[in-house]
Design a protein around this ligand. Structure first.
Ligand code: FES
Length: 145
């Protein structure tokens, strides 16, 4: 046992990283398929996040149904990022993305180092509640989300 804090868990505690996963996404799967692909992704994300301090919160619909399975990542005072076209193999990417967002001092998920599913699957980013100044981080469009 060590006295060193788990840096990821510490950052999560400070920044309140949460991965929201839609558990009702079916993404073309037959209605009889249970659990739905979204629910399987949520379970895989929870397993991948185990011990990191990152919360995985199941939700019912992120209004991205036609491009699901869907998930969103948010930290305290960060932008919120919504992703689609995910599958169970993307669980680790969601956790890695949450870690990157926790470490981002400007509240923006960096493109460099972002896992590929979080590049091609980006649907939208939403400003934090305290976003109010033109010219602040994320005000300009960089074209890569
Ligand atoms: S059912 Fe998953 S986004 Fe709507």
């Amino acid at each position: 046992m060590t006295d060193q804090p788990n840096t990821v868990a510490s950052a999560a505690a400070l920044n309140g990283a949460t991965i929201f996963v839609c558990i009702t996404c079916r993404a073309g799967a037959e209605p009889a398929v249970e659990p739905p692909p979204g629910a399987r992704l949520a379970a895989a994300a929870a397993e991948a996040a185990h011990g990191t301090g990152i919360a995985v919160q199941p939700v019912r619909c992120l209004a991205n149904c036609t491009r699901g399975p869907s998930a969103a990542i948010r930290c305290s005072h960060s932008w919120t990022y919504v992703f689609g076209g995910l599958d169970i193999a993307c669980a680790g990417a969601l956790v890695a993305g949450a870690c990157l967002l926790m470490e981002a001092k400007d509240g923006l998920l960096p493109w460099r180092g972002r896992p590929e599913p979080l590049k091609r699957g980006l649907i939208a980013r939403v400003p934090p509640l305290d976003f109010h100044r033109a010219g602040g981080p994320g005000f300009a469009c960089s074209g890569d989300g």
